[in-house]
Design a protein around this ligand. Structure first.
Ligand code: SF4
Ligand code: SF4
Length: 421
């Protein structure tokens, strides 16, 4: 059910609109990133460092506490694979029926089942690839592109084709080999898990020695091998915790079904800590968990501080290219370009002031303020004039840009001209 819910969220996010934009829209071409009502522009991307490192750190924390629960329940590799396993079961039956079908010669029945399975894989892969593209181009643009020939949007077409092809290969053949061979997190888990972390394990004290039900002295494991048959990575969990175990819990379900049939308590294979399986008490609060909690709190404080320093606009000031100043009729003239980027998703008028100048300094070019469209950018030429006789030295100034919410952004500048000692 969790896989269905997570996939539904993934598919639904581009449809949900908050503040006029999709809940998650990474508009790379315009360098605008919409995230649940918040909008970030290219200059704010550094904040992603805190977000991504924070998410990575949370993964460490969860692993130390709950083992590979991320791998088994929420990983973007595991979730689509859950659908692939369902499709496989619909088309080819359970594990025993599939093995029988594998061994059987090619027939109309086998061809039809295989064709149906791969068609559904391809459809699912194409659906996920199109949804992924909509995160970058928005749904209306995606529809528009789908109504035109592939050649007209070749880059996007190639993107969908490559992603869907890779997904299809993964769902149909590569599968859990990705977890075992490629995933770096799988390698890290042995360093992150300790004897008190929650893992999928086999209760050897209860299950051994194995034997048929009713055999004198036998434990609860009837050696039916159902847990091995359903394991997507092909391991025998009864041999202890192994790096290949992705924590999918398929063996728990299989063994519980067997236990129900032979009228024994469920949980011969279950979630527990290694200390729990040894009959000892599981310690939830331990030094590494407390350390991770402290570090997580520090990270949250750093992220909050970093976010609070974000300004609703970016202002840049440059001198107009060419001569740095002009002297005409006893007046010195300097020209500057003021560029204002509105990072808000609403129109804002920015007022401009010149601070620190003498009374005889005049300026023009942005007297009524600079009106900037939502997420838009405006450039104004601001002309400063000063009687030549008043310029005794290079004159430091400050351009002050004020937004309607009270934010003030200041930029230093220097008024240049011929100096009269
Ligand atoms: S499914 Fe349970 S009973 Fe069957 S072999 Fe595995 S552990 Fe033993
Ligand atoms: S041992 Fe169990 S939990 Fe681990 S991968 Fe195999 S089926 Fe999944």
């Amino acid at each position: 059910m969790l896989a269905v819910a997570l996939t539904a969220i993934y598919v639904a996010l581009p449809w949900i609109r908050i503040n006029g934009n999709p809940a998650l829209f990474l508009d790379v071409s315009r360098r605008q990133f919409h995230y649940f009502g918040l909008t970030f522009v290219g200059q704010d991307v550094w904040i992603a460092f805190f977000v991504l490192s924070g998410l990575g750190f949370c993964l460490y924390y969860v692993t130390a506490l709950l083992g590979r629960v991320w791998c088994g329940w929420a990983c973007p590799q595991t979730v689509p694979l859950d659908f692939a396993h369902r499709i496989e079961r619909w088309c080819e039956g359970d594990a025993t029926q599939r093995r029988k079908l594998d061994r059987s010669p090619w027939s109309l029945n086998k061809t039809a089942r295989r064709a149906a399975k791969h068609t559904l894989y391809a459809f699912f892969a194409l659906l996920l690839a199109h949804v992924l593209l909509s995160y970058f181009v928005s749904l209306p643009h995606l529809y528009a592109m789908m109504r035109h020939a592939p050649g007209e949007n070749f880059g996007s077409f190639a993107f969908v084709f490559l992603i869907a092809g890779a997904l299809w290969f993964d769902l149909a053949w590569f599968r859990e080999q990705f977890c075992i061979v490629l995933c770096p997190y799988g390698r890290l888990q042995s360093a992150l898990i300790d004897s008190d972390s929650l893992v999928v394990g086999y209760d050897a004290k209860r299950g051994e020695p194995r034997g048929r039900k009713g055999t004198a002295g036998a434990g609860d494991c009837v050696n039916c091998l159902r847990c091995v048959q359903v394991c997507p990575t092909g391991i025998d969990i009864r041999q202890g915790l192994q790096m290949e175990c992705i924590g999918c819990a398929a063996c728990i379900d299989a063994c519980d079904t067997v236990m129900a049939k032979i009228q024994r308590p469920r949980g011969l294979i279950r979630y527990d800590s290694r200390h729990g399986f040894e009959g000892k008490r599981t310690r939830w609060l331990r030094p590494r968990i407390l350390l991770y909690t402290g570090l997580a709190a520090l990270g949250a404080i750093a992220l909050t501080f970093a976010t609070s320093t974000l300004k609703p606009a970016t202002v840049s000031l440059t001198r107009v290219t060419g001569v740095p100043y002009v002297v005409e009729s006893g007046v010195v003239r300097n020209q500057f370009l003021v560029r204002v980027l509105n990072k808000r998703n609403a129109p804002v008028t920015f007022q401009v002031e010149i601070a620190d100048g003498p009374q005889s300094l005049h300026w023009s070019g942005a007297e009524g303020g600079i009106a900037v469209a939502p997420l838009g950018e405006e450039i104004r030429t601001v002309v400063l004039t000063l009687p030549r006789a008043d310029l005794k030295t290079e004159l430091p100034l400050r351009f002050r840009v004020l937004s309607s919410d009270g934010t003030i952004i200041e930029k230093p500048a220097t008024f240049l001209g011929p100096i009269i000692p």
